[in-house]
Design a protein around this ligand. Sequence first.
Ligand SMILES: *[C@@H]1O[C@H](CO)[C@@H](O)[C@H](O)[C@H]1NC(C)=O
Ligand SMILES: *[C@@H]1O[C@H](CO)[C@@H](O)[C@H](O)[C@H]1NC(C)=O
Ligand SMILES: *[C@@H]1O[C@H](CO)[C@@H](O)[C@H](O)[C@H]1NC(C)=O
Ligand SMILES: *[C@@H]1O[C@H](CO)[C@@H](O)[C@H](O)[C@H]1NC(C)=O
Ligand SMILES: *[C@@H]1O[C@H](CO)[C@@H](O)[C@H](O)[C@H]1NC(C)=O
Ligand SMILES: *[C@@H]1O[C@H](CO)[C@@H](O)[C@H](O)[C@H]1NC(C)=O
Length: 350
Amino acid sequence: MELKWLALVLVVLSLGAGLCDGCLEEERSALFQLKPFFEFINYKFQPNNFELNPKKESSSNCCEWERVECNPITGRVTHLFLNYSGYNKMDWYLNASLFLPFEELQSLSLIGNSIAGCVVNQGFERLSLKLDKLENLDLSENYFNDSILASLSELSSLKSLNLAYNILTGSNPTNESNNNWMNLKELYLGGNEINSLGSLFHGKEGMKLNKLEVLSLYDNLFNNSIFPSLAVLSNLKSLDLSYNQLEGAIYTKDLNALSNLEDLILSGNEVNGFIPSQGIRLMNLKVVDLSRNDFNNSIMSSLATLSNLKTLWIDIYQCNGLIDMKGKNHPSPHPQYFYFLKKKKEILNE
Ligand SMILES: *[C@@H]1O[C@H](CO)[C@@H](O)[C@H](O)[C@H]1NC(C)=O
Ligand SMILES: *[C@@H]1O[C@H](CO)[C@@H](O)[C@H](O)[C@H]1NC(C)=O
Ligand SMILES: *[C@@H]1O[C@H](CO)[C@@H](O)[C@H](O)[C@H]1NC(C)=O
Ligand SMILES: *[C@@H]1O[C@H](CO)[C@@H](O)[C@H](O)[C@H]1NC(C)=O
Ligand SMILES: *[C@@H]1O[C@H](CO)[C@@H](O)[C@H](O)[C@H]1NC(C)=O
Ligand SMILES: *[C@@H]1O[C@H](CO)[C@@H](O)[C@H](O)[C@H]1NC(C)=O
């Protein structure tokens, strides 16, 4: 009687969870379908030399793989770290449907895989209904062009989207105004060739990206005309416009709508003035980086109006040269990036 009961419990458990060696069988086979594209998916990552340690290769429990993280209770895959995982491949097209079985996926990182785009009809739009827990998507250091924006537009669960170091230009707009990123908090577009964001900040049915807190646009081609278009981002806390084509005076009235702004990074431009508007604005600004611009010491009186400023980077030049050098260097990117830059130049020049 007791044995029978125990057997029943065991049957129920194995049916209910559908677990095979810790990870779900259907997810395990989906991971093996990804292996031709992401060779290291079941390997142990060796951070210093990119060498593989065969002994650490593949366990039958995919939840133990270095690049896979599972929910310990359900055994379902929640994180996939496929960074720099297929770099012997060149300019290939991703079939995003291969990720469909991972219904509990929260984070997907595809950094540095030389992906040129998605297979026709198998883009990220395919994931929007099933992967409704996907919060972090990192596609940086690939060769995605502007058409990726439409493909991502339905992923409404996204909180963080990273498209830094791709080949976006903003000049071939698909219908960006159709995005449904109502939960998006962080958007990284640095290291592209973008000069205009078009209607990217105005989503479906007039929805604005009003949860957006972090916007990173460094190393693009923006000029001063970017500022009015940022005004809809009322919750923005951090804005990085370093290494763009800003020049002359920045009128802070253009920034007044950003009343929550805490970090403003404008280094590496040709800005020479920071003209305050009437009234007390930008009260929350704590960190301002104006290094590597064209300021002289007349700037100090304008900056004095920023009463909560805690950290300021600025280089000030006078006729007799540099008087105050507190500039910092732009953080240097991943070593692989130099290969990427060369390739990106080739693609953009084609
Ligand atoms: C993309 O992947 C899905 C799911 O595995 C598959 O059904 C489909 O045939 C694939 N399409 C292409 C073009 O490879
Ligand atoms: C992969 O990316 C994730 C974030 O997307 C990061 O936390 C992790 O350190 C990266 N791993 C490698 C090996 O680059
Ligand atoms: C953008 O990439 C897609 C593939 O994802 C390709 O079909 C299209 O031709 C590319 N567009 C441009 C303007 O290069
Ligand atoms: C873009 O989407 C908006 C909102 O759905 C629509 O009104 C507009 O006609 C679309 N524009 C283009 C060029 O498809
Ligand atoms: C600034 O950029 C916008 C958008 O690309 C462009 O239309 C405009 O001509 C640029 N203005 C200047 C002064 O370069
Ligand atoms: C300092 O910079 C401001 C703004 O560019 C300019 O109007 C002023 O003439 C400059 N002063 C000196 C001493 O160069």
